[in-house]
Write a protein that binds this ligand. Structure first.
Ligand code: IDC
Length: 474
């Protein structure tokens, strides 16, 4: 077809300053690039260039060349490798973002010194068409921290056409300190986390995910993809596919899918920085059009400063945003996602130095038999100024084993309900440990409904998760 025939060869560049929004006419299918000024100041600006593959087949690399006018230079870039020759600046992939799937895109950023916009641009060697806007005024779409953008532009979405959590709530968005649905109303999602995908594949089948949605009435399915311990690092493409297939299963059942890049040991997420870029580029490109995906970029940072975690987040979030701009992203916190408490700090270090990105939340984890009143007090305090998401908690001790602490679990869940903090319980698996919701052998037996296959922890969690949701639509 015409689209296929024209792929690769036909290229164009669309250049737009945020305030002028001038786009060139593009060929029916092409690699394209959009130049957006994100922030500007007296004698400089920050721009983002999004390279899109609008064709029907993947491209394996890309090159953007910009010619800058006299008086303006490009000082630095990120998520691309830059080289300069006179006034021509050439940008090639950082490595992890070379391949762009059909219909997907990737972005890189730059800082220009001087107000001049590019006078010429090429994508993969083909000339741009149209005119480059010259207005130096650019409306900032600079990111802010956790503060809300109270009224989203645009009209109210139509009433829901289905009854599942995703059909009702649609695309989620952080509003102030809360997670809001497509109607701008705060919601709490309640659900379960997988165990390590590498160990319990038979627990995550069509039948089990359906049982979570229809028998447990879960809203949320956390997909825990360990990076070490025989996880992602041993087979990146295999684990990426497994995650994508579980995203699809959650979507088919109307549940939100939380993609957990399950770092644990080593505790510094920067150890996995390149793997995270590759992984999140792939999953965010592949799932960009879905409304049910939430990204958890690091599970439990430990032995690393908040500054180190923040730096990691500020490198991974742009990779996701380039493909899936409206998705909520969740950032792990210091001390095994304890908001710092387990390493002698507090949430104040985040409040005073938040991640420079919008539409994000921060992780808090607890294990009910180990973490009690002082942790609850910190959550209550932090929730007043930070959007929090309990992406993992256990009913037992932090080892994942031992007796269920029903009283502490219920105290915790009552607090999360009151604060409308979403949660996922560790684990929906039949691991032989106290935190597992299913009895040993239950996954191979293949029955996931009712309380028959459940442990004490599973029975408690099912009873908490099954109760009616409160998802306001007006
Ligand atoms: C535990 C599992 C256990 C496994 C161990 C190491 O329950 O079977 O042997 O990890 O992989 C966390 C982690 C989570 C832990 C869990 C319980 O996010 O990976 O799972 N836990 O120890 N943080 C606090 C507790």
């Amino acid at each position: 077809m015409q689209r296929r025939a024209k792929a690769i060869l036909a290229t164009a560049l669309a250049v737009a300053a945020a305030s002028t929004a001038a786009f060139f006419a593009l060929p029916a299918s092409a690699e394209t690039a959009a130049f957006t000024v994100q922030n500007s100041w007296n004698n400089g600006y920050q721009a983002e260039i999004t390279v899109s593959n609008d064709s029907s087949s993947a491209i394996s690399t890309w090159k953007v060349e910009l010619v800058m006018p006299a008086g303006t230079t490009i000082g630095q870039s990120w998520n691309a490798t830059m080289s300069a020759s006179g006034s021509t600046y050439t940008f090639t992939p950082s490595g992890w973002n070379a391949t762009i799937a059909a219909g997907a895109s990737t972005s890189f950023g730059l800082i220009a010194n001087g107000a001049g916009r590019p006078t010429s641009c090429l994508v993969n060697g083909k000339a741009c068409s149209g005119t480059v806007p010259t207005s130096p005024s650019a409306s900032a779409s600079a990111s802010t921290s956790a503060s809300p953008s109270p009224s989203a532009s645009g009209s109210t979405p139509p009433p829901p056409t289905g009854t599942t959590p995703v059909a009702i709530n649609g695309q989620l968005k952080v509003c102030g300190t809360k997670l809001c649905n497509q109607y701008g109303k705060p919601v709490q999602l309640r659900g379960m986390s997988t165990h390590g995908l590498q160990w319990f594949p038979s627990c995550y089948t069509d039948a089990s995910v359906k049982a979570l949605a229809t028998d447990w009435n879960a809203d949320l399915f956390r997909i825990s993809m360990y990076v070490q311990e025989q996880g992602y690092e041993t087979n990146p493409s295999g684990f990426t596919s497994q995650v994508n297939s579980l995203v699809d299963k959650a979507e088919a059942n109307g549940m939100y899918a939380l993609i957990d890049f399950h770092t644990l040991t080593p505790g510094d997420p920067n150890y996995n920085l390149d793997r995270a870029k590759t992984f999140f580029n792939a999953v965010s490109a592949r799932n960009a059009a879905k409304k049910n995906v939430i990204y958890e970029i690091t599970n439990e940072p430990n032995g690393v400063s908040w500054a180190g975690i923040k730096s990691y987040a500020e490198q991974i979030i742009p990779v996701i945003r380039a493909n899936d701009p409206d998705a909520v992203v969740i950032v792990g916190t210091r001390g095994w996602s304890s908001l710092g408490v387990s390493e002698g700090a507090t949430s104040a270090e985040i409040v005073s130095n938040p991640v420079n990105a919008s539409n994000i939340m921060y992780t808090f984890h607890f294990y009910a038999a180990s973490h009690k009143d002082n942790y609850r007090a910190e959550v209550e305090r932090a929730a007043a100024s930070l959007p929090l998401f309990v992406t993992e908690f256990g009913t037992v001790t932090y080892t994942g084993d031992g007796a269920v602490d029903t009283a502490s679990t219920n105290t915790w869940l009552d607090l999360l309900d009151r604060l409308k903090i979403s949660y996922a319980n560790w684990t929906f698996s039949d691991a032989g440990e106290g935190s597992a919701a299913l009895k040993a052998g239950a996954c191979n037996a293949g029955t996931f409904t009712g309380t028959g296959p459940l442990t004490e922890s599973g029975t408690l969690m099912r009873s908490r998760i099954r109760t009616a949701d409160n998802f306001p639509t007006s």
